[in-house]
Design a protein around this ligand. Structure first.
Ligand code: SF4
Length: 408
């Protein structure tokens, strides 16, 4: 497809990683405080088909090696489209952007990180206009229910910051809608294989009480994605027999794991970090990690820059957890899962949590049992596991005092 576009386009470029030294520019990532992508369903009359808008400097005006904020907004319209499908279109950005030679896309929502390589820039991928044209081509050729599509790139830092709260509101509303339904209320879960390009044995399973690792696919989103594209990366999973209601083991998920991982594993616990934990790809929002010295867990999110209480930062742990393997005690997950009543219930859930960054503690305050809130340490309370053990004794953390009973 290099004849139509300045660079080649196709699934063969999925999994292509662009190192810092090879990038021309990057958007989002840790260097940009404000970044997001958002898909919005509009009425047919509201969308000017194939329109690309760039607000702020384009790639040609950016210096080599620089980082920029970005709002990537996609408007779609079509008689058969439903509001529920917005997150599905949004998650397709990850898939289609990674089809572009010399473009690397990671994460989702307000955590996106996009790099353009020097080689691709030299070949002519030197404007966001070209990126938009390729994305629109892929959307309309793969999803024929889209009647109209328009893409807006905002790189003006002030404008991205101004638009950011609106995107956060949309994410919040989607997450709130997904709460309430229970795993036992449904007969099918949804699997997503979008990240197999980076983690070939990985498959995410979204249930009503377990949002997928990236935080972008809830059970409702999975249902909408499957309805939209039954042959696509999101598939329906018949639960089958419930083999362990506490750990969340289902015969249907075990069979799926065995097939999709090509036999690398054949059992999956949806709600435990031990024995047969859910696999982790690379897009997870946070890592739930075991701290053997206190036989408890900590959680750290992608944006936490400093070392965790275990002495290593998120990036080191991510390398350990990712790749589609089952790694006991290291679980990539979505932060929204912290709010689930079934959050890793087999292991004690949040009652066994002893450390988390202050930002997460404040953001998820209402999800943490009130009597536990002051007993979870942050980076401001302790710097290492020795200090942590002493601190937990001092505050009387219920897990350390042996007051938490595991469900049986
Ligand atoms: S993290 Fe999971 S749900 Fe999200 S895109 Fe990757 S495979 Fe799909």
């Amino acid at each position: 497809m290099a004849g139509i576009f300045p660079v080649d386009v196709g699934p063969q470029y999925e999994g292509e990683v662009i190192r810092k030294g090879d990038m021309h520019v990057e958007f989002g990532g840790p260097a940009a405080k404000f970044k997001f992508e958002l898909a919005t369903l509009k009425d047919v009359g509201e969308v000017e088909d194939q329109k690309i808008t760039i607000i702020g400097p384009d790639m040609g005006e950016m210096t080599e090696g620089s980082s920029h904020p970005l709002a990537l907004m996609i408007d779609v319209a079509g008689a058969k489209l439903e509001k529920d499908m917005e997150p599905v279109f949004e998650r397709r950005i990850h898939l289609y952007a990674n089809y572009i030679e010399g473009l690397y896309h990671m994460n989702q929502r307000d955590e996106i990180w996009i790099r353009i390589s020097k080689d691709a820039y030299k070949k002519g991928l030197n404007s966001l206009e070209a990126v938009g044209q390729i994305l629109m081509f892929l959307y309309t050729s793969e999803l024929d229910v889209i009647e109209k599509i328009a893409i807006t790139f905002v790189t003006d830092p002030k404008k991205v910051e101004e638009l950011y709260p609106k995107a956060k509101e949309v994410y919040k509303a989607r997450d709130e809608r997904a709460r309430g339904l229970k795993d036992e209320d449904v007969q099918e879960f949804y699997s997503c294989a979008l990240c197999q390009s980076f983690a070939p044995t990985h498959i995410c399973i979204a249930t009503p009480e377990r949002i997928a690792n990236c935080g972008a696919i809830s059970w409702f989103d999975g249902r909408a994605a499957f309805k939209l594209d039954p042959e696509g990366p999101v598939q329906e999973v018949k639960k089958g027999e419930c083999l362990d209601p506490i750990r969340g083991e289902y015969s249907g998920c075990n069979q799926l794991g065995q097939v999709k991982s090509m036999g690398a594993y054949d059992r999956v616990y949806l709600h435990s970090a031990f024995e047969h934990p859910h696999t982790s790809c690379g897009c997870f929002q946070a890592i739930w990690f075991y701290i053997p010295e206190v036989d408890a867990f900590g959680v750290v999110h992608r944006d936490f820059a400093g070392p965790t209480v275990a002495g290593v930062p998120f990036s080191t742990m991510a390398a350990e957890a990712s790749g589609g393997r089952q790694v006991e005690g290291f679980l990539g997950l979505a932060l929204e899962y912290l709010r689930s009543p079934r959050f890793l219930q087999a292991d004690g859930g949040l009652k066994r949590c002893v450390w988390m960054p202050k930002e997460i503690k404040e953001r998820y305050k209402e999800a943490i049992p009130a009597d536990l809130y002051d007993k979870i340490a942050t980076e401001e309370d302790v710097k290492n596991v020795d200090e942590l053990a002493a601190w937990l004794d001092k505050v009387g953390h219920p897990w350390v005092k042996g007051e938490v009973e595991l469900p049986v």
